[in-house]
Design a protein around this ligand. Structure first.
Ligand code: NAD
Ligand code: TYD
Length: 340
């Protein structure tokens, strides 16, 4: 069995191969990643020399390159994690989101068709459903909730989902889609809420909370997401969408306060800043389908997962300090200049 994991030098794809390469020593994993600002080979160092692992640098939008890789690779499965993923960046510059997140998916699926790949799995997001009101805790996203996107990022992911389902219906391609809630855990790029707040709190820097901090996200520890994808790829039904989430809804303010408490830092670090345009109010997943069909259950609660995550950031400073000391400094200054 041979699997191509695209975007495997990023946060979730990295955790995926770090989990699966040792778990399935008789199966081969190839990571294809363009190493954009979000890709990091440091993340893969523990498996780089594993006999069942190989890293290839390349862009999923490069047709000739992708075709050649598939011609030589003879992949059974393709799992696509590669994407531009940060909502705030998509507000500043949507173009690259459409290119990678939609045209890149087309390129990969065309190669799957041409080279007889057994299954294409698209890693999608709960953000394709838009948002839910804060005062209706009874409402959750189900797989048949209409797509209704808010940001260029979520619109590009929804476009990709529709294209994947169209390739299934039109060409009979074997595809699956997973839509997961917000992930957190090791190797999370420090532009995203949880690692941003941990790294800034450790440096006693102000913590920029958008709006009033009441927006709610449904948090899932990253390896719980990886295990769900592994189950879907092996046992999920072709043409189906599976929602993934662990019923861990928290407001942004609750998340930030939890981090401050765990690090012994004062709440005076919290700084309310200008809101994100089009900011989704609440995400909440109904994972009943994957639980019933595939027997998936998350291993971590928010409390156990956030503790493990904070410990990882405390014990792996080198990984994230490299990032925040580089080009990232300019990003932070630019992105947050107008919010203050
Ligand atoms: P990430 O930004 O950490 O990593 C993305 C990876 O893709 C990076 O390694 C980057 O180098 C690579 N990449 C980007 N453009 C590429 C291209 N054109 N060709 C090849 N590689 C390219 O993202 P992540 O948080 O790990 O997210 C992975 C996937 O999961 C994405 O598809 C995202 O939409 C989805 N998702 C993320 C979350 C979350 O909370 N982070 C939740 C649900 C779904
Ligand atoms: P983020 O990690 O960007 O994920 P997403 O927007 O995909 O859910 O943001 C999570 C939540 O945290 C979201 O409601 C926006 C908020 N947020 C802040 O309040 N301050 C910040 O500096 C960032 C990056 C996010």
């Amino acid at each position: 069995m041979k699997t191509l994991v695209t975007g495997g030098a990023g946060f979730i794809g990295g955790n995926y191969v770090l989990t699966m390469v040792p778990r399935y020593p008789d199966e081969e994993y190839v990571v294809l990643d363009a190493l954009t600002y979000a890709g990091n080979l440091e993340t893969l160092k523990d498996i780089m020399d594993a006999p069942n692992f190989r890293f290839v640098k390349g862009n999923i939008c490069d047709r000739a390159f992708v075709d050649q890789l598939f011609a030589e690779g003879h992949f059974d499965y393709v799992i696509n994690f590669a994407a531009e993923t940060h909502v705030d960046r998509s507000v500043e510059d949507p173009g690259v989101f459409l290119t990678t997140n939609i045209l890149g998916v087309q390129t990969l699926m065309d190669a799957c068709r041409k080279h007889g790949v057994k299954r294409y799995h698209q890693v999608s997001t709960d953000e394709v459903y838009g948002d839910l009101p804060l005062d209706r805790p009874d409402l959750l996203f189900r797989e048949d909730t209409p797509l209704h996107t808010s940001s260029p990022y979520s619109a590009s992911k929804a476009g990709a989902d529709l294209l994947v389902l169209a390739y299934h219906r039109t060409y009979g391609m074997d595809v699956t889609i997973s839509r997961c809630s917000n992930n957190y855990g090791p190797y999370h790029f420090p532009e995203k809420l949880i690692p941003l707040m941990i790294s800034r709190a450790l440096a006693d820097e102000s913590l920029p909370v958008y709006g009033n901090g009441a927006n709610v996200r449904d948090w899932l520890y990253v390896t719980d997401h990886c295990n769900a994808i592994d189950m879907i790829v092996r046992r999920g039904r072709s043409g189906e969408v599976y929602n993934i989430g662990g019923h861990n809804e928290k407001s942004n303010l609750e998340v930030v306060r939890t981090i401050l408490k765990a690090l012994g830092k004062p709440e005076s670090l919290i700084h309310f800043v200008k809101d994100r345009p089009g900011h989704d109010l609440r995400y909440a997943m109904d994972p009943a389908k994957i639980e019933a069909e595939l027997g998936w259950k998350p291993e971590y609660t928010f409390e156990t997962g956030i503790r493990k995550t904070i410990d990882w950031y405390l014990n792996n400073r080198e990984w994230w300090e490299h990032i925040i000391m580089g080009e990232y400094q300019n990003y932070y200054a630019e992105m947050y200049r107008e919010r203050n």
